[in-house]
Design a protein around this ligand. Structure first.
Ligand code: GAL
Length: 378
């Protein structure tokens, strides 16, 4: 019934499109709010499940080199898992400002703002109580001749988590009928100037969530430079070359090949924002950001985005928590590749601006395209 549009109320018998995504109950939050989960499918083997709590990607099944599908992202089988201390932003929509803000402070239009310092001494991923990953969003599934989607909306009140302005946010997940691709798009408007930086926080293991480490996965990043940080992962403000550092992923490299050189830093491994090289002069809004390959399963992931940066995090804080079907999520057993603006942009004038003003619309989009490693010609 919920899919009968309002035109039906005006007497038009307009029913939902036959191919609209399946929606199921997914239990409820601790405070009793019902949570739903939407299923998007391609005809080529990709299935994505996204729940209304945190507009969170809960499952993502893609075929391997033998056509066998596996869920390649970390998460839980129920809402309680996502509400537990073990959840490190698995699969969620992250914001209002993803990544860190130094000491939880910024000033805007002459006013000082103070946010929760939930990652001492800094602010992380939008705050402690009502960040976008923790609230239950409204959702509406849809379909068209190209595929299936679900649109999540949330209105964050003025002052929520300390941020100025009422922020109206839409996150849309879309799966085309004929490709193993998931597109995640964001839109936001505000009634006061406010910083906005939105991303998805999926943890990938292309051998399947709960498999061994990702140190044998191969990674390529389309970035000549990165933003160095202090020990608390706040950018120093410079933009440095990756040349001669373990961060040089311009040619595809094993994640594990040089990671130990970073173990004794504040990042404990890879946890860096890479500055994406400029987009080629073509008609597409998308720029290739990253290519991830898993030689074991043969699965590949290409990430394209219109965002200026990508945070590559090698799961250094994963601690062996038990996830879906009781599987263990060991140290470095997944990677996050978070397309976004640079961390702490609100405190760095030389970084691309994250300030959204009334009358403007924030827009961003990222494509996750799955494939398999092509067998070498004999
Ligand atoms: C990442 C961040 C890491 C860590 C993680 C959540 O986005 O770069 O430092 O905070 O989220 O555990």
């Amino acid at each position: 019934m919920r899919q009968i549009c309002f035109l039906a109320l005006l007497g038009f018998p307009l029913l939902a499109h036959a191919n609209d995504p399946q929606v199921d109950d997914f239990g409820s939050t601790q405070d009793g709010t019902a949570v739903e989960i939407y299923t998007l499918k391609s005809s080529t083997g990709l299935t994505a499940k996204i729940m209304t709590r945190g507009a969170t990607l809960v499952q993502l099944h893609v075929p391997d080199k033998d056509g066998k599908s596996e869920d390649v992202i970390l998460g839980w089988d129920d809402v309680a898992g996502y509400e537990s201390e073990d959840n490190q932003y698995f699969g969620c929509s992250t914001g209002r400002v993803c990544n860190r803000i130094a000491l939880g402070k910024f000033s805007l239009e002459g006013k000082e703002y103070s946010l929760a310092t939930n990652n001492e001494p800094n602010h992380l991923h939008g705050g402690a109580e009502r960040s976008l990953d923790k609230v239950v969003w409204k959702a509406k599934g849809y379909s068209n001749d190209k595929g299936q989607g679900v649109r999540f909306t949330y209105v964050s009140p003025d002052g929520e988590e300390g941020y100025p302005g009422e922020l109206k946010i839409t996150v849309t997940y879309f799966v085309p009928a004929d490709a193993n691709r998931l597109t995640i798009s964001y839109k936001a408007t505000t009634d006061k100037a406010t910083p906005v930086n939105l991303t998805n926080h999926a943890y990938f293991n292309l051998s399947g969530a709960g498999s061994d480490t990702v140190l044998d996965h191969m990674l390529q990043l389309n970035a000549d430079t990165y933003t160095p940080t202090d020990e608390t992962l706040i950018p120093t403000g410079t933009i440095d070359s990756v040349e001669g550092t373990p961060l040089d992923f311009r040619k595809i490299k094993k994640i594990g090949a040089r990671i130990e050189k970073l173990t004794n830093t504040g990042a404990l491994g890879y946890d860096h924002n890479f500055v994406l090289n400029p987009k080629p002069n073509d008609d597409s809004p998308f720029n290739l950001a990253a290519v991830l390959r898993d030689p074991a399963s043969g699965r590949t992931l290409r990430i394209s985005t219109d965002q200026p940066g990508i945070q590559f995090y090698s799961g250094n804080f994963l601690k062996g928590q038990k996830g879906k079907s009781g599987k263990t999520y060991a140290h470095r057993s997944a990677v996050c590749l978070e397309t976004q603006h640079f961390p702490d942009s609100v405190n760095h004038e030389n970084f691309p601006s994250t300030i959204l003003k009334p009358g403007e619309e924030f827009k961003s989009s990222t494509q996750l395209s799955f494939g398999i490693i092509k067998p070498k010609a004999e």
